[in-house]
Design a protein around this ligand. Structure first.
Ligand SMILES: [Zn+2]
Length: 478
């Protein structure tokens, strides 16, 4: 029997606001334990929450960018549960009237084409604290710095069929959030983490199987591997005639397996009720319109513009717009005079190569768009050749040095004096009579060898065409 995997995703995104969702405490990551707290975010009796307007703004903008319907009258609810990382014993969230419903995000498919992933809802909520387990003294300590950090939770319909589709969605979502400037999306710091709901069913069946939920996956690698493992586990269970239990499972990175945590709770287990401390929100059409106008040009629109206006191939346009910082770098280099296709080639080739080798993200790059534009100009003017340009690029990439100063200091400018090139060719011919004889006897390979020798004589700083020309002319003479 062939099986189909059905996956839905709940993604938690920490918003890049300066302060928490209901108080003035900083949202900065880290800090000494329990130093970013106050009576509101630690749930002291009598403390009253006040909504951070920026959180609402970010949630609405994200909803609009995901083509969702914004709930004009929405409110907050209390989700009650006891856990040591939640000092209030309830989380302020939205159950009945989430801020956004019915959105969609279009993802590229591996075989070409796109697929729309439906977004059921997006709601605002607060994050919980962190428990730090200390195995040495067999104690668990509570750090409440993260309590009240604003989150949006984005819930999809069960529209994914493969891990690749899930990764494509997460990449597109990350890029969308970064374009909007609503989150830094640092997965290693937990700013973007997701719960994967997964079930399997016979291919072609319309019914959904019993699903399990894997919580808090915080890397693309963990998501892929957890999906592969859990789909296999469920298929094996069913093929053995057993039943999949609806439950929450924990993904263990080190053991490469999922483990049962608890049976899946339903909404009624949390005794949700409207939070009496926070008045319902009424959003006017004018407010939505103002936020809609603030949404910047997004990746898909940029990609379309790069193709139509700058003449870039679809592949280049998609690569460059995949990360906001990369697109910004490209546009700045072009604005400084770099021809678009050449700038695109450099960015997709050398820049991405170095970023990956150095383990950096485009937004943390020190190389300036001006330096790249200058490098391209020097090659175009014939002052350095392409190989030298890559050498200069590598040298200045990390410290953001000056292109012209580096070329001058290292004497890298190309030999453009035809006389110098001819003299070098003559020296090479005189030193390699056997290769000259071979070439004249019809051995084409000897020509390449002589070009290499001449380039070496010129310390690699001549235009290859000039060397070819001079060598061809010299060999024609008897
Ligand atoms: Zn606080």
């Amino acid at each position: 029997m062939t099986w189909e995997t059905v996956i839905g995703l709940e993604t938690h995104v920490e918003l890049a606001t300066k302060t928490k969702i209901f108080c003035g405490c900083t949202t900065e990551f880290g800090g000494a334990p329990n130093t970013h707290c106050c009576p509101v975010c630690t749930g002291m009796p009598g403390a009253l929450p006040v909504l951070n307007e920026r959180v609402l703004e970010f949630a609405v903008k994200t909803g609009l960018a995901l083509h969702g319907t914004v709930t004009r009258r929405c409110k907050f609810d209390r989700k009650n549960y006891f856990y040591p990382d939640l000092p209030k014993a309830y989380q302020i969230s939205q159950l009945y009237l989430p801020i956004v419903r019915d959105g969609a995000l279009e993802i590229p498919l591996a075989g070409g084409g796109t697929k729309a992933i439906r977004i059921r809802e997006l709601h605002m909520e607060e994050d919980a604290g962190k428990l730090v387990h200390d195995p040495w003294i067999d104690q668990t300590r509570c750090d409440y710095n993260r309590c009240g950090v604003p989150l949006i939770e984005i819930v999809t319909e069960p529209d994914f069929r493969t891990a690749e589709e899930v990764i494509a969605y997460l990449e597109k979502l990350k890029s969308t959030l970064q374009y909007l400037g609503v989150s830094d999306c640092k997965m290693q710091e937990g700013s973007l983490r997701c719960d994967v709901n997964l079930s399997v069913r016979p291919a072609g069946s319309a019914e959904l199987g019993a699903r399990t939920e894997m919580k808090n996956l915080n890397s693309f690698k963990a998501v892929s591997r957890a999906i592969a493992y859990e789909a296999r586990r469920q298929i094996e269970l069913i093929e053995e005639g057993k039943r999949v239990v609806q439950e929450t499972r924990r993904w263990d990175e080190n053991k490469d397996a999922t483990f049962s945590m608890r049976s899946k709770e339903n909404a009624q287990d949390y005794r949700y009720f409207p939070d009496p401390d926070l008045p319902p929100l009424e959003l006017s059409e004018a407010y939505l319109e103002r936020l809609r106008e603030q949404i910047p040009e997004m990746a898909d629109e940029k990609a379309a513009r790069y193709q139509a206006r700058l003449g870039l191939p679809a592949y280049d346009a998609q690569m460059l717009t995949g990360q906001k910082a990369l697109a910004g770098f490209f546009e700045a280099a072009v604005a400084l005079g770099a021809p678009p296709k050449q700038a695109a080639n450099w960015i997709m080739g050398e820049v991405l190569r170095r970023l990956s080798a150095d383990g950096l993200e485009a937004k943390d790059m020190t190389l300036t768009p001006g330096a790249l534009a200058r490098l391209i100009a020097l090659v175009q003017e014939g002052r350095i050749n392409r190989n030298t340009a890559v050498r200069v690029f590598d040298a200045i990439f990390a410290d953001g040095g000056d292109v012209d100063a580096y070329v001058a200091a290292h004497g890298l400018e190309q030999v453009s004096d035809a006389g110098l090139v001819e003299a070098a060719v003559e020296r090479v011919l005189a030193a390699n009579p056997k290769s000259v004889a071979d070439y004249r006897a019809g051995k084409e390979k000897a020509f390449g060898f002589l070009v290499g020798q001449a380039m070496r004589e010129l310390k690699g700083q001549a235009a290859p065409q000039a060397v070819h020309r001079a060598l061809g002319a010299a060999l024609k003479q008897p």
